[in-house]
Design a protein around this ligand. Structure first.
Ligand code: SF4
Length: 254
């Protein structure tokens, strides 16, 4: 069995994915993702926007407080609370999504709704876990964050200005965590981490590199769990992506 132990296979079967979740061949990736609509036009600049210079010296607690108090874009007006991130701050894996939804906004934690349950099942099938107690070891612990820390009204796509203003928080999270691998879930995460306009379909299937200062972190791109809920036929491709991520991680962290 190349890509999973019996427990992982059983979990994959419980996901209703059958054997397609276990058979992987490096390089066997195809099928572009369904592109989402383009970001909206940028709003007027706000001098209160967080910048890299503002956040680059903050530690975890300072960064979390800065996010909690942030009013740098209009999303602060409609949020219940900010959604900073979850998971072990010793984690070697970091998964990055797009923005909080209604349940995340209510609970203050990323990926707690239906998409979050799917993500947890996928992590478990891959032998990973978001909290220290869920992970077999620190090697398998996952930290989860979003590009955007406040819920866009009606779960609309964040616009370009909102992404630009919120991204420094994510970049600082990555600097503090220094994960061994990044998994970008969805177009906004992939485009933000890789500074590209590429589609999910063009970015999947190979490892990229996140570069910032002295950091060089491999990035694997996959679908957002919310997309997989709408398009369950692509769950097998997401499993391919997780298997690729495991291989990349194993190669650099034997
Ligand atoms: S989305 Fe980000 S930049 Fe906008 S108010 Fe929330 S924390 Fe600040």
């Amino acid at each position: 069995m190349r890509n999973g132990n019996p427990q992982q296979i059983r979990l994959a079967q419980l996901l209703g994915l059958g054997p397609v979740w276990r058979v992987r061949d490096p390089g066997g990736f195809a099928a572009p993702a369904e592109p989402r609509s383009a970001p909206r036009a940028a709003a007027s600049p706000d001098p209160a926007a967080p910048t890299v210079a503002d956040v680059e010296t903050l530690d975890w607690d300072g960064l979390e407080q800065a996010v909690r108090n942030c009013t740098a874009c209009g999303l602060c007006r409609s949020r219940t609370q900010t959604v900073f991130g979850v998971g072990s701050r010793d984690a070697r894996w970091m998964f990055v999504g797009e923005a909080p939804g209604a349940e995340e906004d209510a609970q203050g934690e990323p990926f707690v709704g239906q998409a979050g349950r799917l993500l947890d099942n996928m992590l478990a099938a891959a032998g990973l876990g978001r909290a220290r107690d869920d992970a077999p070891s620190v090697r398998e612990a996952v930290y989860i964050g979003n590009v955007i820390k406040c819920r866009p009204p009606g779960n609309r796509n964040p616009d370009a200005e909102e992404v630009a203003r919120c991204a420094p928080f994510l970049l600082r999270q990555i600097e503090l965590l220094r994960p061994r691998i990044l998994v970008a879930m969805g177009r906004f995460a992939a485009q933000t981490l890789l500074e590209t306009e590429g589609s999910i379909g063009s970015l999947r299937g190979r490892a990229h590199e996140f570069v910032r200062g002295d950091l060089r972190i491999p990035v694997v791109v996959t679908y957002h769990p919310a997309y997989l809920l709408r398009t369950p036929g692509d769950k097998a491709k997401a499993w391919e992506d997780l298997c690729l991520a495991r291989r990349v991680y194993s190669e650099q962290s034997p």
